[in-house]
Design a protein around this ligand. Structure first.
Ligand SMILES: *[C@@H]1O[C@H](CO)[C@@H](O)[C@H](O)[C@H]1NC(C)=O
Ligand SMILES: *[C@@H]1O[C@H](CO)[C@@H](O)[C@H](O)[C@H]1NC(C)=O
Length: 448
């Protein structure tokens, strides 16, 4: 019956009865739900929003049932998971010694790591419908082998997807996400975390897009020669060469990303970079794993004025589950996550909030959200707040990110129609590090 959702509507009416046996003054409210199947609407193919309601006093198990139904129909689409880096760290990218269908919390070395929260049984239990898997490589590889390591992480993600075809499917567009989800596969997308991965090269940026990458986080915990990271001032407040926000080349990276249909991810960037990128971008931007600065003043979080501009820009802020960003302490609960989600909803709007838990990339998680199996608990909790309608919960779960992807894809098509050519700018020579020349082959700029 659940497959028939979009063509059905539910009408629920409370019936108050008196009963001698039940407590609370003997009054029991029973919700009676009727299902009207709108055959005609189904024929037209117009989705009828599910008028599923939950009694404000519904038990946890009733709410979980509703969440199950909801997440069978709408993909839960998380913005950031760092499992690929842990496979590098623990297994040196050797997938023959990695069993994704096993319960990793029972297996060493995963069972001993506070950074491990992901395996297929728990992804299924958590009803994850789509996931951005992250190709992350450490800042220390900047100006060294960052490009190679990034490509190896992309190769790892693709081999992982190929090895579990019954569970995972590569997706590179919103349509492919929906198609994979309809076939019961977890749509698997690739994001690259850290602008150092392109080593100042628009050619590398384009090649990453060809490999299937669909977002680039402009910085990780280091600035690049063209983009300032969140902690730049802490790392080296005096550095005269540090970029403030985006340089001219940095803005060109953003424009090339618009042309390529690559989402601009601003998690980890400084506030000046966020502002400059939102201004430069012709497409909606994303924060793949960030929370709210007004609640926890950590530079990884997003301040209210930028939340408002993300709303105007059509973008999305995907709330992270890292305790240190939620409460600025090592402790947090599901309620703290909800406070952040509600704040993004209040300031940016319900169309601009999502979830980017950062599982496998963090080691302090809220009580009640220990791993990827726990997303339904979060939704069940949100469901006890009547200000969250079913259709708004669908937006939070995945519809918002799908919309952002579609808009980014549309901007790409528009720029193609305008015949905007690939950008050929280079990072300024003065910004290139000349001290460790030995690592690079450099062309001379002579005519000959
Ligand atoms: C992987 O783990 C699953 C579940 O424990 C098990 O059934 C399967 O045999 C394992 N596969 C390999 C290759 O060890
Ligand atoms: C928000 O956008 C407006 C223009 O729409 C701009 O004037 C303002 O500086 C922006 N604020 C931030 C924080 O970027």
């Amino acid at each position: 019956m659940w497959n028939n959702f979009r063509s059905s509507t539910f009408i629920c009416v409370p019936i108050v009865t008196r009963s001698g046996e039940v407590g609370l003054g003997g009054r029991t409210r029973v919700w009676v739900c009727l299902v009207l199947v709108l055959g005609a609407a189904a024929g037209v193919g117009v989705g009828v929003p599910l008028a599923l309601r939950v009694d404000p006093g519904a038990t946890l198990s009733q709410r979980l049932n509703t969440v199950t139904t909801l997440l069978q129909d709408t993909p839960l689409f998380d913005g950031h998971n760092d499992l690929p880096w842990n496979i590098r760290k623990f297994m040196h990218n050797k997938l023959h010694s990695f069993n994704f269908t096993a319960e990793l919390k029972q297996l060493r070395p995963w069972s001993r790591s506070s950074w491990s929260h992901t395996d297929l049984p728990r992804l299924r239990e958590g009803m994850v419908g789509a996931q951005f898997w992250v190709s992350y490589v450490p800042c220390k590889s900047q100006k060294l082998n960052a490009v190679q390591l990034t490509i190896e992480q992309i190769d790892l993600i693709k081999r992982l997807i190929d090895q579990y075809p019954d569970h995972l499917r590569l997706a590179t567009s919103a349509d492919e996400v929906e198609a994979a989800f309809k076939e019961g596969r977890i749509a698997s997308l690739i994001g690259v975390e850290g602008g150092h991965a392109i080593q100042n090269s628009l050619g590398v940026l384009r090649a990453l897009r060809d490999l299937g990458v669909r977002y680039l986080t402009l910085t990780h915990t280091c600035s690049t020669p063209w983009a300032e990271c969140a902690r730049a001032k802490e790392i080296d407040p005096e550095d005269p060469n540090a970029p403030r926000g985006l340089t001219f080349f940095g803005k060109t990276v953003v424009r090339e990303m618009n042309r390529l249909g690559l989402m601009v991810d601003l998690s980890h960037t400084s506030q000046s970079t966020m502002r400059a990128a939102i201004k430069a971008s012709r497409a909606p931007v994303m924060f793949s794993h960030s929370s709210v600065y007004a609640i926890c003043k950590n530079p990884r979080n997003v301040p209210d004025d930028i939340l408002r501009n993300v709303s105007k820009n059509g973008g999305i802020v995907m709330v992270s589950f890292y305790n240190n960003f939620l409460t600025c302490s090592e402790q947090a609960t599901i309620s703290d996550v909800i406070e952040h989600i509600n704040h993004v909803r209040k300031v940016a709007g319900v169309d601009h909030v999502g979830i980017g838990a950062d599982f496998d990339g963090i080691n302090n998680l809220p009580v009640g959200l220990p791993d990827v199996s726990a997303y339904p608990s979060l939704f069940a909790e949100l469901l006890s707040d009547p200000s969250w309608t079913i259709s708004d919960l669908r937006k939070l779960a995945g519809e918002n990110l799908l919309r952002v992807m579609r808009q980014v894809e549309q901007v790409r098509l528009n720029l193609q129609h305008q015949q905007v050519m690939p950008f050929e700018e280079e990072v300024g020579v003065e910004q290139e590090d000349t001290e460790d020349d030995s690592c690079f082959y450099r062309f001379t700029r002579d005519a000959e």
